[in-house]
Design a protein around this ligand. Structure first.
Ligand code: ADP
Ligand code: MG
Length: 664
């Protein structure tokens, strides 16, 4: 990576106070000053006037200008919450939660009072709630029961550029709700679509409305590219960070974009080890992580100001790209990758993989360095490499498995083929989704497809249809309790702590949970032991297990149990492992793989060649002929994660319709 220019830096410069450490103070004046300093404040009247005249308004302005935190308050004070709530959707839980906390604080109220949030498996709202932050998934599920969204008088669809499947569906649903409410004279539904970057023309045509561009306030950012292609971008990032650390004053906080939790935690660990520590045991670098699975308190930590002589380094996923603004950042290091789910309609499977970011993303990341003062962005890729990046990120509907979406729409009595999409998904993928839902028993396809009673029950669970199917059929296999636990642990990632200094100790601790049947039973063993322990914190620490993930899983289980009880499912239990695995097969019949002579596995859907993930208990030693997996991960190699051994006889018995099983 090219060196910074030789400009002399004032090493004695003291750290400026972070613009507004409002988080630490409740003084009204400070908050008001902060609010008035935000670019959206000056446009307040303009926004309200536009909304008075139109039902829908598009607002585009720089990240950090106050869209998410201020616009809901403008609407509230302008009286829009008299006949319903103001809902603000976010693509991610973390953003919904942190922003709700922030707004509650600005309004000096408790969370769940005037301001609240609802995310999957967690609702912090009350009857008094007027401003409600929620994930787009939650609003979508609400629309199944309430097509016209009558609870809301206004909806802000935030981060529109992220174009998640859920957001895209909501665009169509709010448009329809607006039309119906007007027709039935049920009170208007005001819609505000906001984003840091969006194709205003495209959205404007779709919503038939005008766009507003609010002038932001940013400082110039110097961009540095890698001189040559980097084989190991994590290493490049590390070298760059210490270069910055050596050559810039400590008030230049650094934001690093990486792809995911494992990468972040492993690099954070390395940085902490390399950072200088003084006699008092404090380091001159303070490292924070920011990714979706992190606990809320940990997520909020990175907003706290650090002492003047300590540099703050934040390792984040693309969550920090636009959803969350951290004050004080002067340097950005961009690895140039993002983890994305993508789907190939030919094989019907979603694959999680690191892919190149788009040019638009690269510029958003760059912009994070110029919020408070002029900054620098270091890119771990060459200029030439960047030329080959796509201009903008493809909407998720165009690249992920549409199965859950098709089912969700059918629950709303909408046939995908007639839905008013902003961008319609490819027909081939839709066809394979219908086929897959038919095989799951969720729909009856024909010239017109209908959702079955089973399908209606499936959408009651906020889960992928495969997992919902598992829960709905577990009673008939006699293993409902076990499947409830298993699905819950599977929804919460990274139960095992790795990347510690004591990897051997960790493996030893993990060994006692291992089941020869595979990862699913191993995870179940962990979960069962966890719920029995009286001192979960100590126990997790001693066993190198992730307390947060397991606590999350326990909460998820409680919620799934409630839904199961509402659906009158029998909560039975078994110790017959064969039945349990047959039950798994019943939901995951698309995720079967067969061992080949060369040691690779080939998947039944799509003929993908892959190996068992190194983290699996079935990795290495003995290779079963037939396995079932829950996830495909693609890095340089393709891996199957969370695998269990199954037998060909079970396939014939439980899911006889599965054909084209590759030969061994
Ligand atoms: P936008 O949605 O336009 O990107 P936000 O409304 O999220 O902007 O944020 C506006 C400003 O509020 C940010 O620039 C930041 O200074 C401040 N801010 C937002 N959330 C927090 C927080 N949790 N703690 C401290 N400051 C925050
Ligand atoms: Mg925002």
């Amino acid at each position: 990576i090219s060196p910074v220019s030789e400009k002399k830096l004032h090493m004695t410069q003291i750290k400026q106070p972070v613009p507004l450490p409002v988080l630490l103070t409740s003084k009204r004046t400070t908050i008001e000053q902060h609010q008035k300093s935000l670019p959206v404040y000056n446009c307040r009247q303009r926004i309200l006037r536009e909304l008075e005249l139109n039902d829908t308004v598009l607002i585009m302005s720089e990240t950090g200008s106050g869209k998410t935190t201020q616009i809901p308050q403008f609407l509230l004070h302008a009286g829009y919450a008299k006949n319903g709530m103001i809902g603000i959707t976010q693509p991610r839980r973390v953003a919904a939660i942190t922003v709700a906390k922030r707004v509650a604080q600005e309004m000096s109220g408790g969370l769940g009072d005037t301001v609240g949030y609802t995310v999957r498996f967690e609702d912090v709202t009350s009857k008094r709630t007027k401003i409600r932050f929620l994930t787009d998934g939650v609003l979508l599920r609400e629309s199944i029961k309430d097509r016209l969204l009558l609870k809301y008088s206004a909806i802000i669809l935030d981060e529109a550029h992220e174009r998640t499947v859920n957001a895209d569906l909501l665009f169509g649903i709010v448009k329809e709700a607006q039309k119906e409410r007007r027709k039935q004279k049920l009170g208007s539904l005001k819609v505000v679509v906001t984003s840091a970057t969006m194709d205003i023309d495209h959205f404007g045509k779709y919503f038939n409305c005008k766009g507003m561009y609010l002038e932001g306030r940013t400082y110039p950012v110097r961009v540095m590219h890698a001189k040559e292609e980097q084989d190991d971008y994590v290493h490049a990032v590390l070298v760059t960070l210490f270069h910055i650390h050596r050559t810039t004053p400590p008030n230049h906080d650094v934001l690093i974009f990486l792809t995911g939790q494992e990468e972040i935690e492993s690099l954070a660990h390395q940085i902490r080890q390399l950072a200088k520590v003084d006699v008092s045991g404090t380091s001159d670098l303070r490292v924070y992580s920011l990714y979706a699975q992190l606990s809320q308190n940990k997520q909020l930590e990175c907003f706290l100001p650090t002492p003047a002589n300590i540099r703050k380094v934040i390792l984040a996923t693309n969550i920090a790209e636009t959803s969350i603004t951290i004050p004080g950042i002067r340097c950005v290091i961009d690895c140039g990758f993002v983890k994305e789910k993508s789907f190939n309609s030919a094989d019907g499977l979603d694959v999680l993989k690191s892919v190149r970011i788009s040019k638009a993303q690269a510029w958003q990341r760059t912009g994070r360095a110029g919020r408070d003062a002029a900054g620098t962005c270091y890119r771990a890729y060459t200029k030439k490499q960047m030329d080959s990046f796509a201009d903008a990120t493809q909407p998720e509907v165009l690249r992920t498995n549409p199965t859950a979406m098709v089912l969700q729409l059918l629950a709303l009595d909408i046939d995908c083929n007639n839905f008013d999409f902003l961008d319609a998904p490819p027909e081939e993928g839709l066809r394979s989704a219908y086929k897959s839902l038919d095989a799951l028993g969720a729909i009856k396809s024909g010239s017109v497809s209908h959702i079955t009673p089973l399908g209606r029950q499936m959408v009651m669970f906020p889960l992928d249809p495969k997992y919902a199917k598992l829960l709905l059929t577990a009673s008939s296999f006699g293993c409902m309790e076990e499947i409830l636990s298993l699905v819950s642990v599977l929804t919460s990632d990274h139960v095992f702590v790795s990347n510690t200094d004591k990897n051997e100790m960790a493996s030893l601790a993990h060994a006692k949970f291992q089941s020869k049947h595979g990862d699913h039973l191993t995870l179940l063993n962990v979960f069962n032991a966890f719920v029995k322990t009286e001192k979960p914190k100590v126990w997790c620490h001693d066993n190198y297990l992730n307390l947060r993930s397991l606590t999350y899983a326990r909460n998820v289980r409680r919620q799934l149990t409630e839904i199961s009880e509402r659906l009158d499912l029998v909560l039975n239990s078994t110790d017959d492992i064969e039945m349990l695995k047959k039950c798994l097969l019943n939901g995951f019949f698309e995720n079967i793989a067969v061992l080949q002579r060369d040691g690779f596995y080939v998947t039944v859907s799509g003929n993908i060649r892959a190996k068992i993930h190194p983290s699996s208990v079935l990795h290495g030693k003995y290779k079963p002929s037939y396995i079932l997996f829950t996830e495909i991960v693609q890095t340089e190699q393709t891996f199957l994660r969370q695998v269990s051994e199954i037998s060909i006889e079970w396939i014939k018995e439980v899911v006889p319709f599965v054909k084209n099983i590759p030969t061994r």
